[in-house]
Structure formats: structure tokens, C-alpha cells
Design a protein around this ligand. Structure first.
Ligand SMILES: [Zn+2]
Length: 370
């Protein structure tokens, strides 16, 4: 696994977890809070930012970093997954072709088009550090023909994204060490041959990094075997990004397979749903084996009502280090005060950052992770 990755915002230590700031914010946290959690970067979503506030606003503000007041790393995801979800919900809302996605957000809205070229052009307007090619996601239960079509479009679009990326780099005359990186996403559902074909043809085009896309987690928490297959095919010299893979035990497994970038809504969404992650033992001395190295606490549980203890004694997050008790956090959730979301989200993100620190400590000896 690579130890670090240089982006236009400095050195990113790998492996790294990027929380989803889909609409350019981690709900309830400001950028200083996020940095204090030990988080190195965030993922924003091109599709969502195009509808609000629009690329022109972000560009006019000096780019996504200035707009968010965040000087860490930023990945802009393409939005392919969200468009897939939109169309899966109702085919009346749009269609897919070799040219890209045609869609409307609601019935009666104007039609919008997201082409691969436009997707990259908009990400240049955001000026993100890592850009992601437009890809076409599928559901694992989709037919072989549908999976095949998704792979064909994903490869075709990745080629168009790369051409436009290179063209914009030349036009903007960006220095090589200040340029953004471009990642492509491997699709193919649970079909080994399609995954292999997609990975190999994307490698032929040549990208700065590669992602594993689609529905990776199936059947009783088992990681799909295709996750490992794809990692074996991808070049060891390029970063591998496991899109949307975020259960702590799955991050540990994927890091062992060679993936070094992760994003997921789990820590932030679960925090808002009163589900908090705590280590069962100190992560730096834990084997991180199985899923017993951590547990989840549900904060509406009555057992917290009179608990004077901090959420987690060893944690240095905003919530734990400032002396807030479990009883107080329970109370804040009960009365639905926004402070509950800030404290809980800070804690969960710190948990994820500590997990990544623990994996990085072992990165020289990956065999110790089981
Ligand atoms: Zn904490």
C-alpha cells in the first residue's frame, strides 16, 4: 500500500478516511471542528453541488476550498451514483446513453444533461484536489446485460473525462505539481469478468488512481470477492479508493487488500441517529481483528440517563475531552438540541480518524491485521 499521496493541498497520509460533505458541509460541524477530529479531507458531490449552489457560485468564490473555508484535501465525486439512484427510483426522471445522463430532479423540471466532459469541466470550476470520472453504477441484482452496459459506458465516459481533463490542464497551463488528480471508477457488479475487463481497460487509458464502485457489501457483512479481485488487478503504484465502504471492520479488511482511500456516510449519519462508535480496546494496541475491536452505543438507551462517564475515556474529541458526560449527551439527544449532533459527529469522526491512524501505524506490517 502507498504511504502517502501528494495533492495540490499537500501530503495526504494513507490510508485515509474522507467523510462525505456531499453538499459542501458536514452537518453540524465547521471546518475547524472537522480538522480537530484529525480528518485530512472531505468528499463533495458534483451532482448535488451543480444543482445548489451551482459551479459558477463556487468558482466565483475562488473554488471549493475557499468556499468551504477548508485547506485540507477535497475529492469531488462525479455524482454517477446519485444519478443512478435517481433514475432507479423513477425511469421517468431521465435516461442514460453514451453521451451521459439526461435527467430532471422532479417531474415538470427542465431537463438537465450531465456529460462526462461537463462533469470534469465543473470539477475544474470547483478546483478540487482529486476529481472522479463520471461512472455508471448498477445494482448487483441487475441483469448481465445491464452490468455489461454499465461497464461499456463507464469505460467510454472515463476516456472522454480523461481527454477533457488533459485539454483543460493544457488550457489552464497548470504546473504538474499543482495539478488535480483524476481517478476512474471500476464497475461491473458482482461479475468477475466484467470487473476485470473494466479495470484493465481503465488502466490502459491511464489514471492517477482508481476506485471500486457499486454495491460492495453483500450477504451478511461479507465483503464482495470482487473488491479483492479488483485490488489485485489495479497497479500497486496507484492509490485505490473504496467508494462508500465504511464499516470499521470493512475498512480494516480493504486496507489489508491494498485500498487506501475511503469515504462513507456512516460516521456522520449514525451520529445524527444517536449511534456512537467506541473502541473496545486502545486502537494503537488492538489487533483490529474481526468486529469486536469496537462497539456502538445507542444514546436514547435509558442506561445513559445517569451515567457520569465521558463517552470514551481515551478519546480526545470535542465531546470527550471537554468533560461532557454520557448523561448530558443523552439529554441533548432527548431534547433534540443541535449540540448533540455537533458533539456526536465530532466523536464519530474522531473514532474514524483514530482507526485510520491505527491502520497507518501497522502499514509497514500489514500481516498483523487479520
Ligand atoms: Zn470522543
Amino acid at each position: 500500500m502507498m504511504d502517502n499521496l501528494k495533492t495540490s493541498h499537500g501530503v495526504l497520509k494513507l490510508p485515509a478516511f474522507f467523510p462525505d460533505a456531499t453538499r459542501a458541509v458536514i452537518r453540524s460541524l465547521d471546518s475547524e471542528d472537522v480538522k480537530n477530529c484529525g480528518i485530512q479531507g472531505m468528499v463533495v458531490n458534483t451532482f448535488h453541488l451543480l444543482s445548489r449552489p451551482g459551479a459558477r457560485v463556487i468558482s466565483g468564490q475562488g473554488g471549493i476550498h475557499r468556499f468551504m473555508n477548508w485547506d485540507g484535501h477535497i475529492i469531488s465525486d462525479s455524482g454517477g451514483f446519485q444519478l443512478f439512484s435517481l433514475l432507479a427510483g423513477s425511469s421517468k426522471l431521465g435516461s442514460v446513453s453514451g453521451k451521459g445522463f439526461i435527467y430532471r430532479l422532479n417531474k415538470g423540471d427542465d431537463r438537465k444533461i450531465l456529460t462526462p466532459e461537463k462533469c470534469i469541466q465543473k470539477q475544474f470550476q470547483f478546483a478540487s484536489d482529486i476529481m472522479v470520472c463520471l461512472d455508471y453504477c448498477t445494482h448487483p441484482n441487475d441483469s448481465y446485460d445491464k452490468q455489461k452496459e454499465s461497464v461499456e459506458y463507464t469505460i467510454l465516459w472515463a476516456g472522454k473525462c480523461k481527454s477533457n481533463f488533459d485539454k483543460l490542464l493544457r488550457e489552464k497551463d497548470i504546473d504538474d505539481d499543482a495539478r488535480p488528480l483524476l481517478f476512474a471508477v471500476v464497475q461491473g457488479g458482482s461479475d468477475f469478468d466484467l470487473r476485470r475487463e473494466c479495470a484493465e481497460r481503465l488502466i490502459e487509458i491511464g489514471f492517477d488512481g482508481y476506485g471500486y464502485g457499486g454495491w460492495p457489501i453483500v450477504d451478511g457483512n461479507q465483503l464482495a470477492e470482487t473488491v479483492e479481485l479488483v485490488s489485485q488487478i489495479l497497479p500497486p503504484t496507484k492509490p485505490k479508493y473504496a467508494l462508500g465502504i465504511g464499516k470499521p471492520e470493512n475498512i480494516v479488511k480493504c486496507a489489508k487488500m491494498g485500498y487506501s482511500l475511503f469515504d462513507c456516510v456512516i460516521p456522520t449519519r449514525d451520529a445524527r441517529h444517536r449511534r456512537l462508535y467506541v473502541f473496545s480496546e486502545k486502537p494503537e494496541s488492538s489487533s483490529l481483528a474481526g468486529s469486536d475491536f469496537y462497539k456502538c452505543l445507542y444514546f436514547l438507551d435509558k442506561k445513559h440517563i445517569n451515567d457520569k462517564r465521558p463517552l470514551e475515556a481515551d478519546c480526545d474529541c470535542l465531546c470527550c475531552s471537554r468533560g461532557y458526560s454520557r448523561a448530558y449527551l443523552h439529554h441533548l439527544f432527548k431534547i433534540e438540541d443541535t449540540l448533540a449532533y455537533r458533539l456526536a459527529t465530532s466523536h464519530n469522526l474522531r473514532f474514524y480518524a483514530r482507526l485510520m491512524e491505527a491502520i497507518r501505524m501497522r502499514s509497514g506490517t500489514p500481516e498483523t491485521i487479520q
